[in-house]
Design a binder for this molecule. Sequence first.
Ligand code: BTN
Length: 329
Amino acid sequence: MTKSRDRILELFRLAAGRYLSGEDICRDLGITRTAVWKQVRQLRDLGYEIEATPSRGYRLQTKPDTLIPSEVAAGLATDVVGGNIVFLPETDSTNTQARQLAEEGAADGTVVIADQQRQGKGRMGRFWVSPAGVNLYLSVVLRPRIQLRHATQLTFLTAVAVAEAIEATGDLQPQLKWPNDVLLHGKKVAGLLNELNAETEQIHYMILGIGVNLNMTREQFPADLRTPATSLLIEAGQKVSRLEFARLLLQKIDGLYKVYREDGFAPILRSWEERCRMLGRKVEVDYQHSRVTGIVKGLDEAGALLLTRADGGEERVVAGDVRLFPEGD
Ligand code: BTN
């Protein structure tokens, strides 16, 4: 069924706005006219506007902004990421689903996308607000051949990919905040939650979980959010195609993953630092009931934050919530 639907969508793409005769579709797919009509009805239910004229056939007028795999894969130029795409109209969490697929042997680069999540997972056991139809929630399964202590490098890679994808959609200039927030005008627009399955030194798989607020309106954000949040729509005043953004993001991840495999972490770290507004600034980091304050010196190769304390000593922080002091403080 899905195969027939995907083929009809492909025929519409090739027809580029022209009519397709019912007979041609029947012949191409090897199905009856009634079966074609049934597929067209199902596509209409998904939001595709398809004109049907007895004398001329079918013509695709408009497409909805859905993230079905054949649409995301159409024209997707990647080596590894997105070779296999799974779309779930509704799920608990794409990270949970991706983890399950990885356990079942899903290939390197498998992507799980959801229209909405009932239990979107955020960092530190928090909840990620995931309403339907507006944002992007996706998880990528990777099986990198790297040392376990370098796994966090892929979080920085993902953050740079999200920032580059946002930059490519218009005039916005995202900033990166340690460890893995993407901000627009100081408010969080995307969050990353990477999960790992490893044994001693060997990584079995990693799940790169990415949530990007694309078309969420102010009213859709809960009033009691811990961190001020925003969306591309709020910041740019324009709707973003989820489909185009998803494709762009997968291409950015794939491209940076190639750079990482060939040239290591240094170029990724440089791109991350270029977009980080914390270098040289005074910060306070909270982690599990302890608090440390210092000036940000940079990151080490494991992605840990290096701080210089007021007493001149150095502090290496591996996780936590960061608060920036106002400049000049
Ligand atoms: C954060 O707290 O900043 C991380 C948020 C990560 C949210 C994304 S949405 C897709 C993927 N599935 C989840 O359940 N979480 C991540």
